[in-house]
Design a protein around this ligand. Structure first.
Ligand code: NOJ
Ligand code: NOJ
Length: 586
């Protein structure tokens, strides 16, 4: 009897196990079905947004990637250098992976970028910082409205997309195309990166003017692989090799006690946990790398601890994450303090969280072991509660359970995306933090590209190495690049009376960021009534675009500004160069 009861219980248990297994299996089947379908929709979604013949990009130039067909609320009918380069990185990888139909698109992108590099815009001209302009009209003309500029991630991101392609050309009989068509574009992007990486600029979200982890990560990768490409093509990449280790050194300073502080050198009032850092880790993922902390590889202890910190920061603030406690995937946004459209989860951010997991799994399989240390232990504990620090070899049970749990964790982020993607597979930019309904720009190219990119990793398709294994040593002392200054003479003719003085103030640090209290005084020693000249020599970074105005201060502290609009100018090109601005007060 007793025996029978046990037996019956055992049978019932087995039966229950079977149900659970079948349920698990059917969940995974569901997910796989979704992924197959959504991947196809996403690739088509990307192509529909590329001119000239994309169905949603009518009127866009050949090779121009439209960010979204949305023309109002928000107006994304522009081509951003960042979105375009990240999208083409995915397309180039797919092309190399066998989708040869993408080659004409890649060629059109190359032609479009060669043209864009020459377009004079509010960030400057081709040699004076213009490559840092974030976005252009879809017909490839300059956008001149006010915007968070410059953004210095565009050039290195484009260099990377094109370098992957150039290396493929070299390996496939296309060395002359690589040399004559692709390299000249890459060379300009690398020259920009060399010259400007140590300057502040706007982050990838176009909001914060400082030093962005993402921009510096992209710069590092581009310089390393760019220097190697130059060698392969017998070309020069001036100062790429000297600057790369400096960038790597600087990148270390974003590590803030257990996570990456995504924006530094700026007082942004944020904790710094931002999916910026996760997108960086997947961008600099190198399939040949170990789990290197210095380069924040997806499987590194730092990047895993950071993944947990960033994902956890969204768990309690979004209603859609109710019940999604640590260890379960969650909807991920840009950063917790975000207020854009009220601050919501983004598809591309949630996909990035998935992609890091797949990339890490790839690395552990390749390396053949998993190391759990004090820094990464909390990440692993969420997924495998019994785990302890140690190194687990491929044949161990712990290795197997971690691989299984991390893969399932990655899949679970895709389940979140699945839950909030409409039945027709269209992907907007965001989904509502409370209702999960799609929000902001419709058919966002970057959302679609992020889906395709993550699914590539999930299926074990990886890009070529960018050279991380031989470029991951951090210099003992961080070195700044030598400064490259221009001395600009500001001459303004303005009639003044005793007690009045003239100052200049403007949009860059050297011109005191528009702070009238800190404005730079001009000198009146050459002033005569027939030549009322006020003058100052000011050191500015060379080849830099800036806005400025003169102001008049009176003895009683009154400040009188020149009339609108702001003046704009570019400092002279070349280190130790000089230039003169001759102005008339207005
Ligand atoms: C538009 C930018 O693209 C977006 O990232 C930003 O949050 C908003 N402007 C608000 O500054
Ligand atoms: C706003 C995002 O913050 C920015 O990263 C992106 O480049 C633009 N939208 C266009 O998609």
């Amino acid at each position: 009897m007793y025996k029978n009861l046990l037996g019956a219980l055992a049978v019932a248990g087995l039966w229950l196990d079977g149900v659970a297994a079948r349920r698990r299996l059917s969940c995974r089947d569901d997910l796989n079905t979704f992924i197959t379908k959504q991947n196809d929709i996403s690739l088509k979604g990307v192509l529909a947004n590329i001119g000239p013949d994309g169905s949603k990009a009518q009127g866009a130039a050949a090779g121009a990637v439209v960010a979204s067909p949305s023309k109002s609320d928000p107006d994304y009918w522009y081509t951003w250098s960042r979105d375009s380069a990240l999208t083409f990185k995915v397309l180039v990888e797919l092309f190399i992976g066998g989708n040869k139909s993408l080659q004409p698109k890649i060629e059109q992108y190359i032609t479009a970028q060669a043209h864009l590099q020459g377009v004079i815009n509010p960030s400057g001209g081709p040699d004076s910082g213009g490559l840092g302009e974030p976005k252009f009209h879809v017909d490839l003309t300059a956008f001149t409205g006010s915007w968070g500029r410059p953004q210095r991630d565009g050039p290195p991101l484009r260099a990377t997309a094109l370098t992957i392609y150039a290396n493929w050309l070299i390996a496939n009989g296309g060395t002359s195309e690589a040399t004559n068509t692709v390299w000249p574009i890459i060379a300009k992007d690398l020259a920009y990166t060399v010259q400007y990486w140590n300057r502040t600029g706007f982050d990838l979200w176009e909001e914060v003017n400082g030093s962005s982890f993402f921009t510096l990560s992209a710069s590092y990768r581009a310089l390393v692989e760019g220097a190697a490409l130059a060698k392969a093509l017998n070309k020069q990449c001036p100062d790429c090799e000297t600057n790369a280790p400096r960038v790597l050194c600087f990148l270390q300073s974003f590590w803030a006690n257990g996570y990456v502080d995504s924006n530094i050198n700026v007082n942004d009032g944020r904790v710094g946990k931002d999916v910026n850092s996760i997108i960086s880790s997947i961008h600099t993922f190198d399939p040949a790398a170990a789990c290197t902390d210095a380069t924040f590889q997806p499987c590194s202890s730092r990047a895993l601890a950071n993944h947990k910190a960033v994902v956890d920061s969204f768990r309690t603030i979004y209603t859609v994450n109710k019940g999604r406690t640590a260890g379960k995937a969650a909807a991920v946004g840009r950063y917790s303090e975000d207020v854009y459209y009220n601050g919501n989860p983004w598809y591309l951010a949630t996909m990035a969280a998935a992609e890091q997991m797949y990339a890490a799994v790839y690395q552990w399989q390749k390396i053949g072991s998993i190391k759990v240390d004090a820094m990464s232990l909390p990440f692993f504990r969420d997924l495998v509660p019994s785990i302890a620090t140690g190194t687990y070899a491929k044949n161990s049970d712990t290795f197997t359970s971690v691989i299984k749990a991390v893969t399932a964790y990655g899949d679970d982020f895709i389940n979140v995306v699945k839950q909030y993607t409409p039945a027709d597979g269209s992907m907007a930019e965001q989904f509502d933090r409370e209702t999960g309904a799609p929000k902001s720009a419709v058919h966002l190219t970057w959302s679609y590209a992020s889906f395709v990119g993550a699914i590539e990793r999930r299926s074990g398709v990886v890009p070529p190495s960018w050279g991380e294994p031989t470029s991951n040593t951090v210099p003992a002392v961080c070195e700044a690049p030598p400064s490259c200054d221009s001395t600009m003479t500001f001459n303004v003719k303005v009639t003044t009376v005793p007690g009045e003085s003239i100052f200049v103030v403007g949009s860059i640090t050297e011109l005191k960021n528009w702070s009238p209290a800190d404005a730079i005084p001009l000198d009146a020693s050459q002033y005569t009534s027939s030549n009322p000249l006020w003058t100052a020599k000011i050191k500015l970074p060379a080849a830099t675009n800036f806005d400025y105005k003169y102001i008049k201060k009176t003895n009683d502290g009154t400040v009188i500004w020149e009339s609108d609009p702001n003046r704009s100018a570019t400092s002279s090109t070349g280190c130790n160069s000089s230039g003169t601005l001759n102005d008339q007060w207005r």
